[in-house]
Design a protein around this ligand. Structure first.
Ligand SMILES: [Zn+2]
Length: 114
């Protein structure tokens, strides 16, 4: 695996999940690029962390959007009345998935939000 491979797969996965939610605008893409740049640095320090990069980049972008008052991805899978976000699980692991914390539903693997 080249050093860029996990970053490219992180970029593709997060961009997909932004796009299906109508959020892949210039602002979000620049937040994504910033997250990829800082995780590139992180990966250079710890190559064994490659499998965790997509999930971490997704969480970085989620946090950055939240600071911009944008909730991504909003849960549309359960019937809880209060607006809430999906969360990446496991936070530090391979095979990251979006889950609803409220209901415990597993909504989709990262990069495959419907
Ligand atoms: Zn939910």
């Amino acid at each position: 695996m080249t050093p860029e491979a996990p970053l490219l797969s992180a970029r593709a996965a997060v961009l997909h999940d932004l796009t299906v939610r109508g959020l892949a605008d210039a602002r979000a893409v620049s937040l994504l690029e910033e997250a990829l740049a800082s995780r590139r640095w992180w990966l250079n320090q710890w190559a064994e962390g490659a499998a965790y990069v997509p999930g971490l980049v997704a969480q970085d972008v989620q946090d950055a959007l939240y600071d911009d008052s944008c909730r991504w991805p909003r849960c549309t899978s359960c019937d809880r009345p209060v607006e809430h976000s999906l969360q990446i699980q496991p936070e530090l692991g391979d095979d990251p998935r979006w889950i609803c914390d409220e209901s415990g539903l597993v909504v989709a693997p990262l990069g495959q939000l419907p």
